[in-house]
Write a new protein. Structure first.
Length: 356
């Protein structure tokens, strides 16, 4: 069965069917989101939205910011886990944290996070001797942690409260619960599959050994904690009335986030917002928009600005260090020439002055 799946995927790649399908899905999701936003935002009063933002208690904003910071802190363990999994244990955590934080915050905002986040990771990890293949493996394992966490949160959340997902996909609750149970069963099956013997994906130097059963459970736990903190930040910022409960908001938030990723739009712009407005239709739209704008400021814009500043300082420090090393090397060469035989030193100077 696995060989048949590999052959099918290889055929689809050769015919570029997967690429075309991905583009079609992205365009479809964005088109639907634009249609929904157009109809839901027609009667919105911008002044009411701004007033709702001003009326938000500083305590709520501070608590949401704390949850966002905790989420990004947990997110740094994606890279720590991935780097350790491919055997590079000498790289310190601070480098993993820098790569994880900057790659995700920039990838979230710019869009196409696989490429933009991968480029940021390569710039950081290449200074520690990792090549492009190593970085690709890190991106794969970090992405696997993210998707395992998403699957766990969605599976458990929808199984517990299937009506929450029904607000977005418009499917009967019993069908949503069936899908949720299927997701949970697939997760359990995957954990069992990687527990029985070492499993690997890819070919040649691109081969990645999948984490075993216990490490996969750790991956799932990291993903769940990360998404839970992010959902808590959104839960703090949405209107208090009607109180739908954290589980409902978390399921709708994760679903909206996944739709945003599927669209590949920068920050899930438009798609995430449309899904949240549809899923939380019971809430006042102006108040909900105010909470979503504050969340976007805390989760997307602020980390993006911090990441750009961090990477800029890093480049300046590396540039200054490289300049010092070149100057030290030049002084060392000059000292060796001065200490050498006079004829040799004069000859080298003459050759240097003549530009030879």
């Amino acid at each position: 069965m696995l060989e048949a799946i590999r052959r099918t995927i290889s055929f689809l790649r050769q015919k570029q069917i997967l690429h075309r399908l991905g583009v079609a899905i992205s365009v479809t999701v964005i088109g639907i989101a634009c249609y929904v936003l157009y109809h839901m935002l027609r009667g919105i009063d911008v002044d009411d939205v701004m007033e709702a933002i001003r009326d938000t208690e500083p305590r709520q904003i501070a608590l949401a910011a704390l949850f966002v910071a905790a989420g990004y802190f947990t997110l740094t363990f994606y890279d720590l886990f991935a780097v350790r999994a491919i055997g590079h244990r000498s790289i310190p955590y601070r480098i993993n944290a820098l790569a994880g934080f900057t790659s995700y915050s920039i990838g979230h905002n710019v869009g196409a996070s696989v490429f933009t986040g991968g480029a940021v990771r390569y710039r950081i990890y290449s200074a520690w001797g990792l090549n492009a293949i190593d970085v690709a493996k890190i991106c794969f394992l970090a992405g696997l942690t993210f998707w395992l966490g998403n699957a766990a949160v969605l599976g458990l959340g929808i199984a517990y409260h299937p009506e929450a997902a029904a607000n977005i996909d418009q499917l009967p609750p019993w069908l949503n619960r069936t899908f949720a149970i299927a997701i949970i069963c697939a997760l359990v099956g995957y954990v069992v599959w990687v527990s029985t013997q070492p499993r690997a994906v890819g070919r040649g130097p691109w081969t990645v050994v999948l984490p075993g059963g216990s490490l996969t459970l750790l991956q799932i736990a990291i993903g769940i904690v990360d998404l839970s903190f992010c959902a808590l930040a959104m839960y703090v910022l949405v209107p208090d009335e009607p109180n739908l409960g954290f589980i409902v908001v978390a399921v709708i938030f994760v679903s909206a986030t996944l739709l945003g990723f599927a669209s590949h739009s920068p920050g899930g712009l438009g798609v995430f917002d449309a899904a949240m407005l549809v899923g939380l239709w019971q809430m006042d739209r102006e108040d909900l928009l105010a909470g979503m704008l504050l969340f976007r400021l805390l989760y997307y814009i602020a980390p993006f600005v911090i990441s750009v500043i961090l990477l800029t300082f890093r480049e300046l420090i590396l540039g200054a260090r490289s300049k010092r090393l070149r100057q030290a090397a030049a002084r060392g060469l000059e000292a060796r020439l001065e200490a050498g035989p006079p004829r040799e030193a004069a000859y080298v100077r003459e050759r240097g002055d003549s530009g030879a």
